[in-house]
Design a protein around this ligand. Sequence first.
Ligand code: BGC
Length: 370
Amino acid sequence: MGIRLRAFAALAMAATLAATTACSDTRDDNSDSGSDSNLIGIVMPTRSLERWNNDGAHLEDLLKTAGYTTTLQYADNKVDQQITQLQNMINQNPKVLVVASIDGTALGPVLAKAASQKIKVIAYDRLINKTPDVDYYATFDNYQVGKLQGEFIVKQLGLDAGKGPFNLEPFAGSSDDNNAKFFFSGAWDVLKPYVDSGKLVIPSGKKLASNEDWKNVSIDGWLSQKAQSEMDNRINSFYTGGKKVDVVLSPNDSLALGIEQSLESKGYKVGPGWPVITGQDADLANTKNILAGKQSMTVWKDTRTLGDQVAKMVDQIVKGQTVETNDTKTYDNEVKVVPAYLLPPVVVIKDDVKAKLVDSGFYTADKLGL
Ligand code: BGC
């Protein structure tokens, strides 16, 4: 039996057990959760980004195969809609809620309701802030994502060998997403020394004296369109008289798409003069762009492994077991440090798209036109 199948079998047994407990009159006092159903609620931010569709479908599949009942809702990036969805789920008294939040600070009241019903909450990918009512967090190492992007830029430009100066345009993710701060910090800790020494110059003059200034370059909602118009503005205003963009720090693929479109519309051509551009998620369009030389790298987070981990945590909660975590220091949500399980992100470049994304089954060669 393969590892995944074995995991399914173990989960299936646990779910059957949970269902049996749920049907009996007496509550399993060893169980961590106070609800009586076999239901797991999952909320995801939006269908408009490829990764969340994959995340939701995979997690739901795993839990269903294991015998759980699931309800999965997407909220079109609207905070109120996500709160209503959570409220409706709480009314059904699920065992566990898995929450990929939109605004990490907006869920306190609704999660207090969940806590009052002893429903456990796992923050999925994004931390939920300013509430005691989040029990666990599962994510990729967000700081490491940014660090990998920064290190890639250093290596690609030969900054360590003293090359430069280069024109850099930095971007950060949505200001309401707790991850965005970590991505930027990881990258800026690597890049700032080169900005300070003058090897990286920021012609648009964005003020980034410290990591705390990341909101000066954030793109709300992680929207490609907004990134595109921001890049258009920077090029129009600051890249006159033959000045060229050499490198763009883009925190993820949706921003990278917009930035790439802007560069093309401003006359940049893929090839030697095309800037170094970072990304994250290995979205299909971006992976194709990497193969076409339009994006330099992406930080791949194999969301299947995140789903596997979260399904395992759900199961451990339902069984009243110790829930596996590997970081109990990093994710302070301003009320408590949330015990987390961090997975490792991986850099993908043109040369290893096949080895990493195809051979692992993340994409078929066909889908990528390989
Ligand atoms: C996720 C990224 C994603 C971004 C936009 C972040 O919280 O960690 O993988 O690209 O949201 O949806």
